[in-house]
Design a protein around this ligand. Structure first.
Ligand code: SF4
Length: 297
C-alpha cells in the first residue's frame, strides 16, 4: 500500500515535470525555427538600409582593412592615430563581408584593395580563401594587395593570386629603413620582382628621414623595372618638400599630380587633397565611405 501511495505521488509530481519538459522542447524548437526568420528579417532590414544609405554613392574603389599586430613598427603608421578596432587576422569570414560584397555588386565596384589600418594584409591567415571568396562574390573583381612586402617571398604563391600589388618601400638604406619601420632590413625588391607574376607598384612615404634619397629611390626602382610609383606626403605634416622639382605633371589623379620621370609614372600623393570615393570594410564589420580613415565611423 505504501509503495502504491508513493507511486501515485511520484506520478502526480512528475506529470507536471513532463509537461514542463514538453513545453521547454516546444519553446526551443520555436526559438530555433524563428531565430532564422529573425536573422532573415534583420538581414533584410540591413540590406534596405544599406540600399538607402549608399544609393547616391559613386565609389569606384573599395578597401578591406585588417587590424592586428604588425611585423613592422613604423612611427608614422596611420593605425596609431585611429580608434582601435578588433584583431581580425584569424577571422573568416570577415565581419560584414556579406554586406560589403552585396554593396560592391549593387554599386558595380570591382577594384578591391586588401590593406591594413595597423597591420599587413599578408599576415591574414585566410588570405587565399578571402581572395577566392571575393572572386566568387564580386563578378569581375580586380584585386590589389597593398603590403609592406615583408612576407611577399614567403607567400609568393598567394601574392601572385592578386591582379596587382603595391609594396611600401621607405628606402634602400638600412639606417633609413630602421628609422622609418623599426627594422634595418632592406626589402629584397629585385628578388620579389623576379618572383612576381603580377604588376608591382612602389609606394614611398616621404619624411625627413628619406627625402634626400627620393631621386635615387625613383632611379633605382626604375632600373629594377618598376613602372609606377607613389610618393606619399605624410598626412598632417605642414612641411612641403619640393618633390620632383624640375618635372611638370602630365595629368592628375584623384586631385594628385602625376609625373612622368624618365618613363616611370610617379604620383605625388597628398591624403588631405585627395578626392576619391571609396568604400572601406573595417575589422569590426563597419562599412565606411570616408577616404580618410580618421573620419571612418
Ligand atoms: S607596415 Fe604598415 S601597418 Fe605595419 S606598422 Fe608600418 S605602416 Fe603600420
Amino acid at each position: 500500500m505504501a509503495r502504491g501511495r508513493k507511486e501515485r505521488s511520484d506520478a502526480a509530481r512528475w506529470s507536471g515535470a513532463t509537461k514542463d519538459m514538453a513545453r521547454g522542447r516546444k519553446e526551443r524548437s520555436d526559438a530555433a525555427r524563428w531565430s532564422g526568420a529573425t536573422k532573415d528579417m534583420a538581414r533584410g532590414r540591413k540590406e534596405r538600409s544599406d540600399a538607402a544609405r549608399w544609393s547616391g554613392a559613386t565609389a569606384r574603389f573599395a578597401n578591406i582593412l585588417f587590424s592586428g599586430p604588425c611585423n613592422l613598427r613604423c612611427p608614422d603608421c596611420i593605425g596609431r592615430r585611429l580608434v582601435p578596432r578588433p584583431d581580425n587576422l584569424d577571422r573568416f569570414p570577415l565581419a560584414g563581408l556579406d554586406r560589403f560584397c552585396g554593396l560592391l555588386r549593387r554599386l558595380g565596384v570591382t577594384q578591391v584593395t586588401l590593406t591594413g589600418t595597423n597591420t599587413d594584409p599578408q599576415l591574414y591567415r585566410h588570405e587565399a580563401a578571402l581572395i577566392a571568396a571575393l572572386r566568387a562574390r564580386v563578378p569581375g573583381a580586380r584585386l590589389n594587395l597593398h603590403t609592406n612586402g615583408v612576407l611577399a617571398l614567403r607567400r609568393i604563391e598567394t601574392f601572385n593570386r592578386y591582379d596587382r600589388a603595391c609594396i611600401s618601400l621607405p628606402s634602400f638604406e638600412p639606417d633609413t629603413c630602421r628609422r622609418m619601420t623599426g627594422s634595418a632590413r632592406v626589402l629584397p625588391l629585385a628578388r620579389i620582382l623576379a618572383a612576381a607574376r603580377i604588376p608591382v607598384k612602389i609606394s614611398t612615404l616621404v619624411t625627413e628621414h628619406n627625402v634626400a634619397e627620393v631621386p635615387s629611390i625613383v632611379a633605382r626602382c626604375r632600373a629594377l623595372g618598376i613602372r609606377r610609383m607613389a610618393l606619399r606626403r605624410r598626412h598632417g605634416d605642414p612641411r612641403r618638400y619640393p618633390l620632383l622639382a624640375g618635372h611638370r605633371p602630365v595629368r592628375r589623379f584623384a586631385g594628385n599630380p602625376v609625373f612622368d620621370v624618365d618613363g616611370i609614372e610617379v604620383t605625388v600623393w597628398d591624403f588631405g587633397a585627395t578626392t576619391l570615393d571609396c568604400l572601406n570594410l573595417l575589422s569590426d564589420g563597419t562599412i565606411s565611405g570616408a577616404y580618410l580613415l580618421e573620419r571612418a565611423s
